[in-house]
Design a protein around this ligand. Structure first.
Ligand code: SF4
Length: 176
């Protein structure tokens, strides 16, 4: 039995929703841990914050297998070429989180060598405040990306999200 042609976009819509659901629950990060913020990013992946609960425990270290770039640290102009190259090697659709003050704005480094925000050379979807931000807030950023995917938004084109709070609400109790 073949497919029946219809004016209703029923099948396509369902497939889109299914793909969105799958991607939302299996975002694989490309960790760009460039300086001190990366320590909190590692904590995000560890047992206390356990990003596996959100389907993102598979840090790939391969741009070909990643769809979420986590930029965590002070990006110099020299390093920005590397970050951009890795971003270009990631398949679409790909999302970007700017973690911390340095990544988002250059932070305290008003210097000739430091890029004053990575959105000068790649599109950013979520900015996370802090020096460094708590791992909770990186989880908040991840959840915001999941909401965007669930809403059918496209990377780099939807409204930017700025995360300020540090709610300490995703920390797990570790029992000895
Ligand atoms: S925001 Fe603070 S913790 Fe993060 S890279 Fe900059 S100086 Fe380091």
């Amino acid at each position: 039995m073949g497919l029946v042609k219809t004016d209703e976009p029923f099948i396509t819509t369902k497939i889109d929703q299914f793909i969105g659901w799958a991607q939302k629950n299996s975002l694989w990060p490309m960790p760009m841990g460039i300086s001190c913020c990366a320590i909190e990013m590692m904590s995000f992946a560890g047992p206390r914050y356990d990003c596996a609960r959100f389907g993102s425990e598979a840090f790939r270290f391969s741009p070909r297998q990643s769809d979420l770039m986590l930029v965590a640290g002070t990006v110099t102009y020299k390093m920005s070429h590397v970050v951009r190259k890795i971003y270009d090697q990631m398949p679409d659709p790909k999302w970007v989180i700017a973690m911390g003050a340095c990544t988002s704005t250059g932070g305290m480094y008003r210097s000739y060598s430091v890029v004053q925000g990575i959105d000068l050379f790649i599109p950013v979807d979520v900015y996370i405040a802090g020096c460094p931000p708590r791992p909770d807030n990186l989880i908040n950023g991840l959840i915001e990306i999941q909401k965007k995917i669930a809403a059918g938004q496209k990377p780099g084109q939807s409204e930017k999200i700025y995360i300020q709070e540090s709610p300490r609400k995703y920390e797990r109790k570790i029992t000895q």
